[in-house]
Write a new protein. Structure first.
Length: 233
């Protein structure tokens, strides 16, 4: 082989080795870089505050305010203040709502409140208040004065219909139902007769239905006895 050819062959080999070495080093560096990126990625992603922030936000949004807790406590007392209300919205109803609870603003309250809100709001608007310390089975409403006024309006000859209507107008449905329950549980004070019987003895026709429904919203009035006595009781 000629000298010049040998030189060219050596130079070519050096060039090939040099280029090949360059690309080999570059490939190794790229591989290392990718490997570092892959190991860093999982450590960076979990450290983000997205999930903890979302969890914190969710936790705070699910916690009821003091006003909501106060509303739930008051509503629970009201919903269980009479037997009639308890059967509609309280413990004896399908809502199974307890009078008190360590967690008053819960799903039981929300379901019952959705159904009883209008009646509860009307009761509050009329000045209704609750007292958890009351030992009376009638709640905070004491029907004694209204029962006396109702008796005075119906006893004797004739009926003071305006006085009866005044009592009906000033009381909420829950209070009227409670008055009837208190009357009926103390019939011995009223000639041994229920309020329903007294109303039937003083009213007839549509007036009997209207007045009776005010105190017994879910019951059918008895037949009138007005003309059995001529002038009522």
């Amino acid at each position: 082989m000629k000298k010049n050819a040998k030189i060219a062959l050596v130079v070519g080999g050096v060039v090939v080795l040099g280029v090949g070495g360059f690309f080999l080093v570059r490939a190794i560096r790229n591989k290392k870089s990718k490997g570092m990126g892959a190991t860093l990625t999982p450590t960076i992603t979990p450290s983000g505050g997205g999930s903890s922030s979302s969890s914190s936000s969710s936790s705070s949004s699910s916690s009821p305010t003091s006003a909501q807790i106060a509303l739930a406590k008051d509503y629970r007392l009201w919903a269980n203040s009479t037997d009639a209300l308890s059967k509609k919205y309280g413990k004896k109803s399908s809502y199974d709502l307890d009078k008190t609870s360590s967690n008053p603003y819960n799903s039981y309250f929300k379901r019952s409140y959705e159904a009883g809100k209008a009646e509860y709001d009307a009761w509050k608007a009329s000045g209704g208040t609750n007292s958890s310390s009351s030992s009376s089975s009638s709640g905070t409403y004491n029907s004694y004065k209204d029962r006396k006024a109702l008796l005075d309006a119906m006893k004797g000859i004739g009926t003071d219909e305006s006085a009866v209507d005044a009592i009906i107008s000033k009381l909420t449905e829950a209070q009227r139902v409670q008055l009837a329950e208190d009357w009926d549980s103390k019939k011995s004070l009223y000639s041994g007769e229920s309020l329903s019987e007294w109303i039937a003895g003083d009213y007839s026709g549509q007036e009997l239905k209207r007045v009776h429904r005010a105190f017994y919203p879910n019951e059918t009035p008895p037949s009138t006895r007005l003309f059995d006595f001529g002038f009522g009781k």
